[in-house]
Design a protein around this ligand. Structure first.
Ligand SMILES: Nc1ncnc2c1ncn2[C@@H]1O[C@H](COP(=O)(O)OP(=O)(O)OP(=O)(O)O)[C@@H](O)[C@H]1O
Length: 245
C-alpha cells in the first residue's frame, strides 16, 4: 500500500492550526471478487483558513473521502481527526456532535428543503445546535447578507436561480461557524460564469472565517481558486499542480 502524506502533516507533524486530519485511511466496499478499494491509504492535513481542492475522475474516491472526513462514513482502517475529536475511536453520539458542531456541508445539488424559505433553510444548523431564537434570526440575516441574498430571505428554493440556491447552501454551511467546510462538486450544477462567482465567494468566506475547507471537483475553474490542489486517482492522493492564481 502506498501512502502519500500531503499538507502540514508532511512538514513536521501537527501544526497548531491543523483542524482536519486523516492518516492512512482506507475504505473498502464489498467483499471477495466484488471488493472495491475506494481509498487506499490517504493522509491529509488541512489548516484553518486553507482551501484544498481535491480533483479526480469519476469513481476516484472523492465523495468517499469527504464522507470519511466529515464523519458520514467510517473508514475500513486509518484515523480521522476533526477538531479535538478522534472520529475513528469516538462513540456514535460524539461523531454526531462533531458533525453538528464542527462541519458545514455544501452539496452539488444544493440540498435545500424545498418547502422552507431561504432564511429557514439557513436556520436549520442553528436549530440543530439549539441556538436561542433571537440569536438565530440575527445570525441567519448576517449569513444571507454575506452571500448577497439579504433581499431573498423569504423566497423558497424554486423561486431562486441555481447560483442563488447554492449561495443559500453556502450560508447554511457557514451560519453555525464550523471549523471545517466540506463541499462535493459545489459548482457541478451551475453554468461556468455562475460557478466562478460561487467559488470566488466560497474562497473569500473560507479565508475570512478561517475555515479548513476541502472541495472536490472536476472543474478547472475551481482548481485555479484553490490554496492547494490534490489529485485523487484510484483511491490514492497526490500533490497536484500549484494553482495559477
Ligand atoms: N456504498 C458503496 N458501495 C459500493 N461501492 C461504492 C460505494 N460508494 C462508492 N463506491 C465505489 O467506490 C469508488 C469511489 O466512489 P466515489 O463515489 O467516492 O467516487 P467519486 O470520485 O466521488 O466519483 P464521482 O465523481 O462520479 O462522484 C467507486 O468505484 C464506487 O463505485
Amino acid at each position: 500500500m502506498t501512502t502519500v502524506t500531503t499538507g502540514p502533516a508532511a512538514h513536521g507533524g501537527a501544526g497548531p492550526t491543523t483542524v482536519l486530519r486523516c492518516t492512512d485511511v482506507t475504505r473498502t466496499f464489498g467483499r471477495g471478487t466484488g471488493e472495491v478499494h475506494a481509498l487506499r491509504g490517504v493522509s491529509l492535513a488541512v489548516a484553518a483558513g486553507e482551501l484544498v481542492v481535491v480533483r479526480g475522475p469519476s469513481g476516484s474516491g472523492k465523495t468517499t473521502l469527504l464522507n470519511v472526513l466529515g464523519g458520514l462514513d467510517v473508514p475500513t482502517s486509518g484515523r480521522v481527526r476533526l477538531g479535538e475529536r478522534e472520529l475513528t475511536t469516538a462513540d456514535p453520539d460524539e461523531v454526531l456532535a462533531a458533525r453538528r458542531d464542527e462541519v458545514g456541508y455544501v452539496f452539488q445539488s444544493f440540498g435545500l428543503v424545498p418547502v422552507l424559505s431561504a432564511a429557514e433553510n439557513v436556520e436549520v444548523p442553528l436549530r440543530l445546535r439549539r441556538t436561542p431564537a433571537g440569536e438565530r434570526a440575527a445570525r441567519v440575516a448576517e449569513a444571507l447578507d454575506r452571500v448577497g441574498l439579504a433581499g431573498h430571505a423569504d423566497q423558497r428554493p424554486d423561486e431562486l436561480s441555481g447560483g442563488q440556491q447554492q449561495r443559500v447552501g453556502i450560508a447554511r454551511a457557514l451560519v453555525a461557524r464550523p471549523r471545517v467546510l466540506l463541499a462535493d462538486e459545489p459548482t457541478g450544477q451551475l453554468d461556468s460564469a455562475t460557478g466562478r462567482r460561487v467559488m470566488d465567494l466560497l474562497r473569500e468566506l473560507v479565508h475570512d472565517d478561517g475555515v479548513a475547507a476541502v472541495v472536490t471537483t472536476h472543474d478547472p475553474e475551481l482548481v485555479a481558486r484553490a490554496d492547494r490542489v490534490l489529485d485523487l486517482h484510484d483511491g490514492l492522493l497526490r500533490d497536484g499542480a500549484t494553482p495559477a492564481a
